[in-house]
Design a protein around this ligand. Structure first.
Ligand code: NAD
Ligand code: MLT
Length: 541
């Protein structure tokens, strides 16, 4: 498979992909239009903040399965369009927090003490230190806008230097403010009126775009200082340049622009213009927030591992998947079991279905990740129908297109197992087929009931589901046929029905085998005396 990388990530991470057999092209320093033209034939693309994953790029892509945003902000990713195109969108939301938080703190020091301008002066033979008298942070008030991951780091660190920390974030519980020892501002205006330093840490959204414009800048104390290491455009660039020129804002540190330059071009090739480049008392860095050795390694490794997992069809935490509060690792075995149950149906039964009911029992019913487990079930069902392109992102859409209704229910009441997935497949002709499964220990997937037969069968990748008359000699005949074709039996499990004196007792065998079983052998098994039906269940699709 082919992976395109349009902005640089750690070389070790690129090698990680090559070592796993991916064909990787580093296509750095190209324009958006060139990238949109180049995307054909790639299964995944890895970008940072400058490349836009938009409708035009997605329309040109012919086999794109995953987009990896090596970093936090996803304002350059059209997540909705990715979902519509069935493309998994991934990012590394925690890998560069510390780097970005530390840069904001460093820039606060720099604009309180004028270190950048003084350094420039000294290198131009100007040692007049009287020009660069600063102010101290200790005893001042910092207003943090956005108390998420990075805002929290910055709050903790600036508290440590003796600042009073106040913050505005309408979406965060008061408990978090209290834990951090940060005073909550009920309105943005309250923060603006009190802060000597304002540092922004929100995402770029319709709501936050230009959230500090002329009106807000003039609600601040005269001489306020501003740090923006979050996203360009949170502060209106022209209004900030004017406020700096007029002295309303004493100084600003800007790491990010509304329209970003290319970070890979040579000096002289850039042709980049921005009003803040000419504003007084404004120090500018080229989107350096994530640029530490540690963050580069973590972001690079984080994104390539996610891309590798997504391309292998594994469950990975994607932006455009149902979000849940638990960990992916915790639900992974249930997702794997549900996908196998989905896969089983059309390998064991031909009747078209119009409804699937999945019921989570026991502790599983309390898990917020059942939506993802249900998506896994749909993926299995769709793969069993021959859909090779289904993923967590488009499973719901594909199922809807097939006209199959999937209903999820939960009950905490348990019968024999602490956790159970009950699946009922409803056929168009009014019949009902049930498969129930559970997970023992960390990851042993077990089928406990199949099409009405109770059993206890740990799953393996290839299983022969054999329905037979429950009479002596059948097992021997099955084993003899398999043995005569050199097919090794790994395990055998039975479920039995009608044992209570009925003259028609049946059994359902699950025979796990270690080799592929060609159709001729299945035909031979079906002809054996006492055998009623043989289905080959291939569960590792
Ligand atoms: P986060 O999602 O953890 O936190 C963002 C916070 O902003 C949330 O708590 C949210 O409730 C809050 N918020 C949203 N809308 C708001 C509004 N209107 N008013 C006030 N608060 C609001 O994100 P994070 O990981 O802390 O990242 C913060 C920002 O930093 C993002 O824009 C991210 O892209 C950027 N970032 C920049 C760099 C860099 O290199 N400069 C590096 C990493 C992250
Ligand atoms: C991010 O959102 O992670 C940062 O902007 C860093 C980056 O993309 O380089």
């Amino acid at each position: 498979m082919k992976i395109l990388i349009t902005e640089s990530i750690a070389e070790d991470s690129v090698q990680y992909l090559r070592d796993r057999g991916y064909e990787v092209e580093e296509y750095l320093g190209h324009s958006q239009e060139e990238i949109e033209q180049h995307i054909k034939g790639f299964d995944a693309i890895i970008v940072r903040s400058a490349t836009k994953i938009n409708e035009a790029l997605l329309n040109n892509a012919d086999c794109l399965k995953a987009v990896g945003r090596a970093g936090t902000g996803i304002d350059n990713i059209d997540v909705k369009a990715c979902t519509e195109h069935g493309v998994i969108a991934l990012n590394t939301p925690t890998a560069n927090n510390m780097a970005a938080g530390e840069l904001a703190v460093a820039q606060a020091f720099a604009i309180f003490r004028n270190t950048i301008q003084a350094n420039e002066g000294v290198h131009n033979d100007d040692f007049r230190r009287g020009n660069w008298v600063g102010v101290e942070l200790e005893g001042k008030t910092v207003g943090v806008i956005g108390l998420g991951r990075i805002g929290s780091i910055v709050s903790r660190k600036l508290k440590g230097v003796g600042m009073t920390v106040i913050a505005y974030d309408p979406y965060v519980a008061t408990e978090k403010f209290d834990k951090l020892g940060v005073r909550r501002c009920q309105t943005l205006d309250e923060l603006l009126a009190e802060a000597d330093l304002i540092t922004l840490h929100t995402p770029k959204t319709k709501e936050t775009y230009n959230m500090l414009s002329k009106e807000q800048l003039y609600k601040c104390k005269r001489g306020v200082r501003i740090v923006n290491c979050a996203r360009g455009g949170l502060v209106n660039e022209q209004d900030l340049a004017d406020a700096l020129a007029e002295g309303q804002v004493a100084a600003a540190a800007i790491d990010v622009f509304d329209k970003e330059p290319s970070y890979n071009k040579q000096p002289g090739e850039q042709n980049f213009e921005n009003v803040l480049l000419h504003a007084p008392h404004c120090i500018i860095t080229p989107h350096l927030g994530a640029s530490t050795v540690e963050a580069t390694a973590k972001v690079g490794q984080g994104i390539v591992e996610l891309i590798d997992g997504a391309l292998k069809g594994e469950l990975v935490a994607a932006i455009n998947m149902p979000q849940f509060s638990g960990s992916v690792e915790e639900i992974k075995p249930y997702c794997s079991l549900a996908e196998k149950i989905g896969l089983m149906y059309f390998q064991a039964e031909a009747a078209p279905i119009n409804k699937v009911e999945v019921r989570y029992r026991g502790e599983l019913a309390e898990n917020s990740g059942t939506g993802i487990i249900t998506l896994s079930l749909m993926m299995g069902l769709l793969k069993g129908m021959g859909n090779d392109h289904v993923s967590y992102v488009n499973a719901q859409e594909c199922i809807d297109e097939c006209g199959i209704q999937v209903v999820e229910t939960k009950t905490e009441s348990i019968q024999r197992y602490n956790n159970l997935i009950n699946v009922k497949f409803f056929t168009e002709d009014g019949r009902e087929f049930k498969i129930n499964g559970t997970v023992f220990g960390p990851d042993t997937e077990v089928i406990v009931s199949f099409f009405g037969y109770e059993m206890n069968c740990p799953l393996s990748s290839t299983v022969l589901a054999i329905k037979n008359n429950d009479v002596p000699g059948v097992i021997g005949r099955i084993a003899t046929i398999l043995g005569s074709h050199n097919i090794n039996i790994a395990s055998m499990h039975w479920g039995r029905k009608n044992q209570d004196g009925s003259d028609n007792p049946h059994a359902q065998a699950f025979v796990a085998v270690e080799q592929a079983v060609p159709q001729e052998i299945i035909d031979e098994l079906e002809k054996a005396e006492g055998v009623l039906k043989v289905s080959l269940l291939e569960l590792n699709k």
